[in-house]
Design a binder for this molecule. Structure first.
Ligand code: UDP
Ligand code: MG
Length: 320
């Protein structure tokens, strides 16, 4: 692994959706980190406002006016965390780009360590949480199932207990820019592009203020998007199930014929038929639904709409 030169610039991308409560706290923590050795990297902090309905955008503007290192990318509406993050990455100019949650669950104090690993030659340095003790047991269980499923279905090695908190080299960010797909599961895309990836461990703190912007419904849709974006296995299940049912049907035909011709027995089987019809009918609908999921996604992708629309880019830097 070849080491990188000590020069280079740093961008930090922070997607925000209704984060007026954490923004001032976040700034204090981040400023303390930026005031240290990171100063030499001429940091650019891109705050992405993902269609907030509270005072987030207003606070961002004030921050940009007071501190030239900060820039605000104000999206025209709420596009969701993964798209907001992508918008930030598209505007990042640094040689290394860090993605951070606004709520301080991803400690900014870890950035220097990530940078050190990057300097040693790693292209992606992701934060891996050592414990999930602050998450509810239900969230921990669903997260485990989700990561198991996605790893086994996708064939892409998506590490466990890893969110979007990571440092990426410019080359990785450029590779991501070439993936304009709408159903985005960014950590999967980053795993897919490859390069040299390493983990640094960190303790994930509870949210600093405000409430989660990922209620159960959003989380569920996020998981569905990830599975369908990274795997064609669900659609193949239909073939597998079809084969199983044909095999069972074949066996039943042979058994019935044998009993009838050899033993002279007629099987009374109304309920068996009823159950079989229900199962096969249900599976038919289920797999039609799965095919529908893929077709719907193909439809959205073929429309070729932009991923997001920027309402305003607020920056003090001339010409940016
Ligand atoms: N977020 C966003 N758009 C959304 C939902 C969330 O930009 O539609 C941001 C949010 O402001 C935060 C990050 O995504 O910076 C992660 O959200 P949150 O902390 O609420 O999720 P959790 O940690 O509870 O899973
Ligand atoms: Mg959070």
């Amino acid at each position: 692994m070849s080491a990188r030169p000590a020069s280079g610039t740093l961008s930090i991308v922070i997607p925000m959706f209704n984060e007026e409560d954490v923004l001032p706290l976040m700034r204090r923590r981040l400023d303390a980190v930026l005031a240290g050795p990171l100063q030499a990297l001429r940091p650019q902090v891109i705050l992405v406002d993902d269609g907030s309905t509270d005072r987030t955008a207003e606070l961002m503007r004030a921050l940009v006016a007071a501190d030239a290192r900060y820039q605000a990318l104000i999206l025209s509406r709420n596009y969701g965390h993964q798209v907001a993050l992508t918008a930030g990455l598209d505007h990042a100019t640094g040689d290394a780009v860090v993605v951070l949650d606004a709520d301080l669950q991803d400690p900014p104090e870890l950035i220097p360590e990530m940078l050190a690993r990057w300097r040693e030659g790693s292209d992606v340095v992701f934060g891996q949480r050592t414990s999930r003790t602050d998450d509810s047991p239900a969230k921990r269980l669903t997260a485990r199932c989700f990561y198991w499923l996605i790893r086994h279905l996708s064939g892409v090695d998506i590490p466990d207990n890893v969110g979007d908190f990571r440092l990426m080299d410019k080359a990785v960010v450029q590779a991501l820019r070439r993936m304009p797909e709408h159903f985005r599961f960014v950590r999967g895309l980053v795993a897919w592009v490859g390069f040299r990836q390493v983990a640094v461990a960190f303790e994930r703190a509870p949210r600093a203020a405000g409430v989660t912007k990922y209620p159960w419904k959003k989380m569920f849709l996020f998981a569905i998007d990830a599975v369908f974006a990274f795997s064609a296995v669900p659609i193949r299940l239909a073939t597998l199930m079809g084969l199983v049912f044909v095999a069972i049907a074949g066996e039943e035909v042979l058994r019935t014929l044998y009993l009838r011709l050899v033993s002279g027995v007629t099987i009374p089987g109304f309920s068996a038929i009823f159950i079989a019809v229900l199962i096969v009918g249900g599976l038919n609908l289920l797999f039609l639904g799965i095919i529908g999921e893929y077709v719907g996604r193909i439809y959205v992708e073929t429309k070729n709409r932009p991923l997001y629309v920027v309402q305003e880019f607020v920056s003090k830097e001339p010409g940016s």
